[in-house]
Each structure stands twice: as C-alpha cells, then as structure tokens.
Write a protein that binds this ligand. Structure first.
Ligand SMILES: NC(=O)c1ccc[n+]([C@@H]2O[C@H](COP(=O)([O-])OP(=O)(O)OC[C@H]3O[C@@H](n4cnc5c(N)ncnc54)[C@H](OP(=O)(O)O)[C@@H]3O)[C@@H](O)[C@H]2O)c1
Length: 303
C-alpha cells in the first residue's frame, strides 16, 4: 500500500486497448503506474526487472504485447521477445517480491479445428507466430510465478487503438460494398468488459492469498463471424445516420493474409464464472456501446 493507503499497481501496455480501459476503470483505491514504452520496454528484461524491483507493487497487470499478427510472421524474434521473454521477466521479478501477476493471452493459441467452445484444458496448437509467442508467454508466466492468473481473451474491440470495429466504420464510409470473412467465428469483447474482469481478479488476488490462480478464458457471451460483427456494427451505426454498406460474406480463402487464423475462436467462460463469479455480457450490447461512442448521432432539425 502507498502512504495514502492506495494499492500500487504496475500496468504494462497502458496505452493499448485494454490498458486504456483499465486506466479508465481503475477503482479509487488503485494507484496505477503505466510506464511508457521508453520507461519499460518489454523487449528489455533487465529494464523490466529494475522497474518491478523499484518499489513494492500490490499486483502486476501484463497487458502489453506485440499484437501485429501479420507482421509477426516476418518479425519472429521481436514477437517472441515482447510476448514471451518480456512476460517471463515480469513474472519472475514479481515472484521475487511475492507479487501476483495477471497476464493477458489469446485465443490464437488454438488451431480452431474444435467444434464448440474451447475450454482451458483443450490442447493448444497455434497456427501463427503471434499465437506461438503468446503461448511462450503463458508458459513463462505459469512457471515463473505461482501467483498468476493468465486470462485468454479474443476479438477485442474498443474506441481506442486499431480494431475491427474501427476499420469497418472507416471502410464503410468509403465503399458501398464490403466483403467480409464469414468462416471464422469468435466472441467480440469490449476492452472495457475485459478491464472490469481483470479488475475483479486483481482485487481478489490482492485481498485473498488463497484466491484461485491458473489459466482462464474470458470473452463476451455469444458468438458470431467477422461478417456478423460487421453487419451488427453497420446496423447500429445506421441508427445514428452513418452509411450502411452492403456486407457480403466471403470465405477465408478469398481473403488471404500472411498469418493463418483459427476458424473457431469461441472460448468457454464457465471456469472464470465458477471460480471468480464473473459472468460475461452479450457481445452485441458491448459492440453497441463502442459504436455509439464512435459514431456521433446525426443532427436533426438544426437550422
Ligand atoms: N486485440 C485483440 O483482439 C486481442 C485478442 C486476444 C488477446 N489479446 C491480448 O490482449 C492484450 C491486450 O491487447 P490490446 O488489444 O489492448 O493490445 P494493443 O491495443 O495492441 O496494445 C498493446 C500495448 O502493448 C504495448 N507494447 C508493444 N510493444 C511493447 C514494448 N516492446 N514495450 C512496451 N510496451 C509495448 C503497446 O505500446 P505502444 O502504445 O507504445 O505501441 C500498447 O500499449 C495483449 O496481451 C494481447 O495479446 C488481444
């Protein structure tokens, strides 16, 4: 605790989607420190150890990552440094101080060939470099710090950074027809909803030495394809006077990308509901909230 009775929390990736949401939703009792990339470079294990050792932290939240999925195919070493070695250093330094760590990971650890939602005990088989490097991070955190929660998320959307919803709104303003992949399914989840789940987990880890640890999945409730998500975005945006392009479904094979992506990214959240009492909200409600913030309502009747 700080002199003012607050809990000092170290947050990596504080400028990212989830990091920004966490800073916005931090409870009054949290004193969040979110170093910039210059102050804490996840590719620099020595700097990470020094920052973690610089003062007592109530908890470490690891939300920083190399998230450029396609670029990672060409930058294998950079992706592994940031997504595996960085979290390794973070988790080990936190463990030395007896500090719990919450580390964010991804659905891309799976190959997507399962039918039905993935549970935490399902075998992993990443299809791309990003997913493999994130899996490396999971293993490093798990083995370096016994007081860890690894939270796999997926399909994150928000008003900040770059994400599918923002890309669709931009393209929808430029083109009358959009062709969108319809054979990859997942659970669109707002950064705010993830941040509030992280917040509950962190509070419990701080308060209760026996709080559950380990691997958890957390996404919004329900599932859809990228095409379903695009249609939902434009439906909501159109209510506010934004253009509504014709969204046409296509197969992944018609939209080749450098990194292969899983066809099924749907995650089961039963374990986090059971251990932490966290129940996800329907994804369309979260997407509505994001779109309504991004699209200003049309002004009617102003002379
Ligand atoms: N986005 C998704 O759909 C998705 C899906 C599943 C899981 N996840 C995981 O969820 C977590 C949060 O994702 P997000 O969407 O919030 O990510 P994001 O918006 O891409 O933000 C990533 C953050 O990491 C920081 N970062 C990158 N390289 C760094 C380095 N070398 N040193 C220090 N900071 C560095 C970035 O800093 P700058 O601001 O300086 O670039 C940024 O603040 C990540 O672990 C990600 O792997 C994301």
């Amino acid at each position: 605790m700080t002199a003012s009775g607050q809990r000092a929390i170290l947050l990596t990736g504080g400028a990212g989607q989830v990091g920004s949401a966490l800073r916005g939703l931090a409870p009054a009792g949290w004193d969040i420190h979110a170093p910039t990339r210059n102050e804490l470079d996840l590719a620099d294990p020595d700097q990470i150890s020094a920052v973690v050792a610089s003062r007592p932290w109530a908890a470490v939240i690891s939300a920083g990552a190399y998230t450029a999925v396609d670029r990672a195919e060409d930058e294998v070493v950079a992706a592994w440094r940031v997504n595996a070695l960085g979290p390794a250093a973070l988790a080990q330094a936190a463990a030395r101080a007896g500090t719990p760590i919450v580390h964010l990971s991804t659905d891309y650890v799976f190959d997507g060939r399962k039918s039905g939602p993935y549970v935490e005990t399902d075998p992993v088989a990443p299809l791309n470099v990003y997913g493999a490097s994130k899996l490396g991070g999971e293993l490093a955190v798990r083995t370096a710090n016994p007081r860890h929660v690894i939270m796999r998320c997926a399909w994150i959307v928000s008003t900040t950074g770059s994400n599918f919803v923002k890309t669709m709104l931009r393209l929808g303003a430029e083109r009358p027809v959009l062709r969108v992949v319809d054979d990859q399914r997942g659970c669109p989840t707002t950064a705010d909803e993830i941040a509030s789940a992280v917040r509950r987990v962190v509070d419990r880890l701080i308060e209760d030495q026996n709080a559950p640890t380990g691997l958890y999945h957390f996404v919004s409730q329900g599932e859809g394809s990228w095409c379903d998500l695009a249609k939902t975005v434009f439906e909501i945006a159109a209510e506010r006077g934004a253009p509504r392009p014709d969204v046409q479904p296509i197969a992944t094979s018609q939209y080749p990308t450098p990194a292969a992506r899983p066809g099924n990214s749907v995650l089961s959240t039963a374990k986090i509901a059971r251990d932490y009492g966290i129940e996800p909200k329907p994804w369309r409600a979260g997407v509505r909230h994001v779109v309504e913030q991004l699209v200003a309502p049309a002004t009617v009747g102003v002379p």
